[in-house]
Design a protein around this ligand. Structure first.
Ligand code: MG
Length: 419
C-alpha cells in the first residue's frame, strides 16, 4: 500500500482533506490511521485568507488532529519570504490574515487606502474589494523598484457558480503591466516546499498528496519529492512522460492510501528545469572565402557564439535571421540553407533577470553575406571575428560546436537530416 512507502505526508487541503466546510469521505479516518502509524504530517495550502492557527483550528473542528506548526499557508510562507529578502515595508493587496502574518514577521504593511504608498515590496494576496486604482498603485511601485511578491498564482478557485478568478488573475494584471515575474511563495514555487523539506533529514521518504497537477504535483516534482494526485479521472495525463505535472500515482480519495496492490510509478526527473515559455529563435552561420566562421563575443555572458536572436511576433523566420544578422554583425545576408532546428533543454533554457525562464527552439541557417561592413553595437557585442573550424575559441557557447559541426558535415555531404 502507498501509505507504507513514505515517512512524511504533505497534504493539500481543499479538494483533498475537505471541500469548503465538509471533510471529504474517509479523510478523517485516513489521517488518524497515518498518525497511529507514526507518520509525519504537514498541511500545505495556497489559501492566503487564513493563518496557520485558524487552519489548524478548522481541521481540529472537523475531527482531524493538527497543530499550527504543521500547517503551512501561502500567507505565512509569503511573510517568511519577505524576511529572507530583507523587506521591511510592504504594500499589501490582501486581507487581514495576510497583513497579520506580515506583522508577525516584523514587516510594516501599507494598505490600499493609502493614496500614494511607498514600500520596498508589493505583496499580492486575495482582496475581493480590489480596484483598478489599487493595481495602478502596485504597478507604479514596481516601476519605482519595489519587489513583486505573490502569495500564489492560482488561476481560479471553485465556487458553486463555477470557477472564479483567483490571486493569479491579479498577479497577471500586474505582470503584464510591468513585464516582471513575481516571487511566488505558494505552490508550485519551491519556496513553500523548501520551508517544509528543510525540517526533515535528507533520507526521509516524503510525498505530496494533492488534487492539482499544476501546483501540487509540479511543485513536488520540482522540489524532488514524489506526488500522489487525488482524482476520479485516472486517464487524464500530460503527454510527455517527463512532464513535471504527471503524478506518480492517482487515487480517488485518501482511503486509497491503505489499499493493497497500488504501486507508485517512478517519475524520471528530466535534467532540465521547467520553462515558463518556449520561444522561437534564429541563428546564422556565415563563412568567408577561407571557410572560416563568423562568431561574436556576447556582452551579456562574455562568451563567443554564432550570431542569434528571437523571432519577433509577426515576423517570418527568414526575416528574423536577416534582421538579427544585420543588427549583430552589420552584414546584409541571404539565407542559403537550413542547418538544423535545435532545442537542447540543458543549454537552451535561460533564466532572465526579470525571473522568466525560457526554452529556445532555434532554427539555424547557413547564410551568405551579400553587402555591408562588419560593425556592431558595443552595448551588446564585445568583438566579432572569423575563426577556422579547427581553431574555434575555447569560451564558445556550449551548444554551438555541434551546430558548427552539423554545418560542416552538411557542407561535406555527410548528413542529410535535421536534428
Ligand atoms: Mg486543492
Amino acid at each position: 500500500m502507498l501509505a507504507e512507502q513514505f515517512d512524511v505526508f504533505l497534504f493539500d487541503l481543499d479538494g483533498v482533506v475537505y471541500v469548503g466546510a465538509e471533510p471529504l469521505p474517509g479523510a478523517v479516518q485516513s489521517l488518524r490511521r497515518l498518525r497511529e502509524e507514526k507518520k509525519e504530517i504537514r498541511f500545505l495550502t495556497n489559501d492566503p485568507c487564513t493563518t496557520r492557527k485558524k487552519t489548524a483550528a478548522k481541521l481540529t473542528g472537523l475531527g482531524i488532529e493538527a497543530s499550527a506548526e504543521e500547517v503551512i499557508t501561502s500567507g505565512w510562507a509569503t511573510a517568511q519570504l519577505l524576511c529572507r529578502e530583507k523587506i521591511k515595508t510592504a504594500f499589501v493587496l490582501g486581507d487581514e490574515n495576510l497583513k497579520w502574518e506580515c506583522e508577525q514577521a516584523g514587516i510594516q504593511w501599507i494598505g490600499t487606502d493609502e493614496a500614494d504608498p511607498d514600500a520596498e515590496a508589493v505583496v499580492v494576496g486575495w482582496d475581493s474589494d480590489l480596484s483598478f486604482h489599487d493595481i495602478q498603485k502596485a504597478v507604479r511601485l514596481i516601476y519605482r523598484g519595489a519587489k513583486f511578491v505573490a502569495t500564489n498564482a492560482d488561476r481560479t478557485f471553485p465556487t458553486p457558480a463555477g470557477p472564479s478568478p483567483a490571486v493569479g488573475a491579479i498577479v497577471e494584471a500586474i505582470r503584464i503591466s510591468t513585464d516582471m515575474k513575481p516571487l511566488v511563495a505558494g505552490k508550485p514555487s519551491p519556496y513553500m516546499f523548501n520551508a517544509v523539506l528543510e525540517r526533515f533529514p535528507a533520507a526521509s521518504r516524503i510525498v505530496m498528496v494533492g488534487d492539482n497537477p499544476y501546483t501540487d504535483v509540479l511543485g513536488a516534482h520540482q522540489a524532488g519529492i514524489s506526488a500522489i494526485l487525488i482524482s476520479g479521472d485516472k486517464k487524464k495525463k500530460f503527454p510527455s512522460a517527463l512532464d513535471f505535472r504527471n503524478p506518480d500515482a492517482v487515487i480517488p480519495d485518501l482511503q486509497s492510501l491503505f489499499v493493497d496492490g497500488l504501486a507508485m510509478k517512478k517519475w524520471n526527473r528530466p535534467s532540465f528545469s521547467w520553462p515558463d515559455y518556449v520561444q522561437p529563435g534564429v541563428a546564422g552561420i556565415i563563412l568567408d572565402e577561407g571557410q572560416r566562421v563568423l562568431l561574436m563575443k556576447r556582452a551579456d555572458n562574455g562568451l563567443w557564439g554564432i550570431p542569434s536572436g528571437h523571432v519577433e511576433p509577426g515576423e517570418t523566420v527568414e526575416a528574423a535571421i536577416i534582421r538579427e544578422m544585420q543588427e549583430e554583425t552589420g552584414l546584409t545576408v541571404r539565407v542559403k540553407r537550413l542547418i538544423g532546428v535545435y532545442s537542447d533543454p540543458q543549454s537552451q533554457v535561460f533564466s532572465y533577470p526579470n525571473g522568466k525562464v525560457s526554452q529556445f527552439i532555434t532554427v539555424c541557417f547557413e547564410c551568405e553575406a551579400v553587402s555591408g561592413e562588419l560593425e556592431w553595437d558595443v552595448e551588446e557585442t564585445l568583438d566579432v571575428d572569423y575563426f577556422a573550424f579547427d581553431q574555434l575559441p575555447e569560451d564558445l557557447l556550449k551548444m554551438h560546436p555541434r551546430w558548427l559541426k552539423d554545418a560542416l558535415d552538411l557542407k561535406e555531404g555527410h548528413i542529410s537530416f535535421i536534428r
